[in-house]
Unconditional design. Structure first.
Length: 250
């Protein structure tokens, strides 16, 4: 069930068996995926989805995302996800996400930064001025994703991943959440099985396409923080820079 009130969109999701870990709570990447699904449905309803932008040769590109996990909901729990465009500044626009459980407890938040790209020139294009009418005018509880990920220094023993057809989304590019999934899949079993992620800051730097190979690195900066890098094997371009914070499970 979904509802739209002004420029805010709300949708209910139930946590399914395919989205949980052995502790029977939702995987972090699955929770992010549900939140982005809500935003996709919102853009479709506002007629500013990637398909609507073909008339102006435009496409949305995610630049930054700041995710905070407060509580991981479990199997069959219902989530209420609220999302809205939270700002527009020239070439950049912002979108916020908030996920609540059935008891109205906040489970996760995402603050994200986007731009519009010309699909022919592959360059940023200024977002149409009239899109300003789509910006949510209510209280904005989340700060804009204004962070810098620390550069990774340990570039030894990367994991190689070849992008394949099943990594691609409706736009023919590797999905943003799939890149997060690849990042998480390369972590040590001890970390992911005995710890929970508290936050994830990501900068998306460049594109990667089908059949291209990426190198995935990560490095521990302290007891709770890790930095991550996904780099194109052939071009050397950085695809993702990220920082995650973890806590030991109870």
């Amino acid at each position: 069930m979904s509802t739209t009130s002004g420029t805010k969109y709300t949708e209910l999701f139930r946590i399914r068996t395919s989205e949980i870990n052995p502790d029977k709570v939702v995987h972090p990447h699955a929770l992010i995926s549900l939140m982005q699904e809500a935003s996709m449905q919102h853009t479709i309803s506002m007629k500013v989805s990637v398909w609507d932008l073909t008339a102006i040769s435009g496409s949305w590109v995610l630049l930054r995302m700041q995710v905070k996990f407060i509580r991981y909901p479990g199997l069959n729990e219902t989530l209420r996800i609220e999302t809205y465009p939270s700002g527009l500044e020239g070439y950049f626009t912002y979108r916020d996400f908030l996920a609540y459980d059935a008891d109205d407890r906040l489970c996760a938040t995402i603050s994200s930064m986007w731009t519009m790209m010309n699909t022919e020139t592959r360059r940023m294009m200024k977002i149409p001025y009239e899109y300003d009418r789509l910006i949510y005018s209510g209280p904005i509880p989340l700060e804009k994703p204004d962070f810098k990920v620390k550069p990774i220094t340990d570039l030894s023993d990367p994991v190689q991943v070849r992008v394949n057809y099943f990594h691609l989304d409706w736009n023919g590019h590797i999905n943003n959440v799939r890149l997060i999934n690849i990042l998480l899949e390369t972590l040590e079993t001890d970390l992911v099985s005995n710890h929970q992620m508290l936050s994830l800051n990501i900068q998306y730097k460049n594109e990667v396409r089908q059949d291209e190979v990426v190198l995935v690195y990560h490095s521990v900066t302290d007891d709770h923080t890790m930095v991550h890098l996904i780099r194109h094997k052939d071009t050397g371009q950085d695809i993702i820079l990220a920082e995650s914070v973890w806590t030991k499970k109870n």
